[in-house]
Design a binder for this molecule. Structure first.
Ligand SMILES: [Zn+2]
Length: 255
């Protein structure tokens, strides 16, 4: 089981950790700052710095899977295929040596992650501006898209202006938690039709935007900036009619 430090502090860029497993799924650490692909948000990239001064580039991060295909509590750091094959002894051994029990420093590509955090937080602002259920979401370092379950048209310029207003208002973004029972009593908090919050642990993580004025509140396991002002200039680059009942909003940064 990997302790996920990014859930309590999304601004951590690195941590010291110990290798607990090396499998075909990747390198597993006892704790990490790397966010694994989930909830529409891309997995982190970065590097593991080894004690001998060498480093292993991490291209992606995924949740570990059990043999039956269900997710377990491991977070798998994926090096390039040839490095992973070397570590597993399936390819000619190169210069990289890593074994279970070794200490590493896990460091994310912060510039990339910060873009993901800015986009991810903007998708919550879109949920405020477009009060409709979401049936798809993809957040990458270069663009983000959110699919709304609706038939009405959306206006690209109006949404961009709406986002800019919420960014300029500098609303705080805070992490909270609710119980399964509280969520059952407030089903409207779940705005996603495609991603259901994880139940069973007793507490479900929530993200609230706005202090006195509530802009958005929903269960979410992703990483966000601490204040909407930090989002900076984000634009709606495209609105697509993906299907009769789906409107896709695509977000981009200023060129
Ligand atoms: Zn979120």
């Amino acid at each position: 089981m990997t302790q996920d430090l990014f859930r309590t502090d999304s601004y951590l860029t690195e941590c010291n950790a110990t290798v607990t497993a090396i499998t075909a799924q990747g390198i597993v650490l006892d704790h990490t700052v790397f966010y694994p692909l989930g909830g529409g948000q891309a997995g982190d990239a970065g590097a593991l710095l080894l004690a001998d001064g060498s480093e292993i580039v991490i291209a992606d991060t995924r949740k570990g899977k059990a043999e039956d295909g269900s997710f377990n509590a491991d977070i798998c750091h994926l090096p390039t295929n040839d490095v992973l094959a070397q570590l597993l002894g399936q390819a000619q051994s190169g210069d990289i040596r890593l074994a279970v029990g070794d200490p590493v420093t896990a460091r994310i590509d912060w510039a990339r992650r910060h873009r993901l955090m800015r986009f991810h937080t903007t998708t919550h602002l879109l949920c405020h501006l477009v009060p409709q259920l979401v049936n798809g979401c993809s957040i990458t370092p270069d663009y983000a898209r959110l699919d709304f379950n609706m038939t009405e048209a959306l206006d690209k310029e109006l949404l961009t202006v709406g986002i800019a207003r919420l960014v300029a208002a500098a609303h705080p973004v805070t992490v909270g938690a609710i119980t399964d029972e509280e969520l059952d009593a407030n089903p409207a908090l779940v705005k996603s039709m495609s991603v259901q919050p994880p139940r069973g642990s007793g507490k479900i993580r929530t993200i609230r935007i706005g202090s006195v004025e509530l802009i958005d509140l929903q269960p979410c396991g992703g990483t966000h900036v601490a204040n909407t002002a930090e989002i900076g200039p984000v634009f709606v680059t495209k609105i697509e009619k993906k299907s009769a009942s789906t409107r896709r909003v695509v977000l981009g940064f200023a060129p």
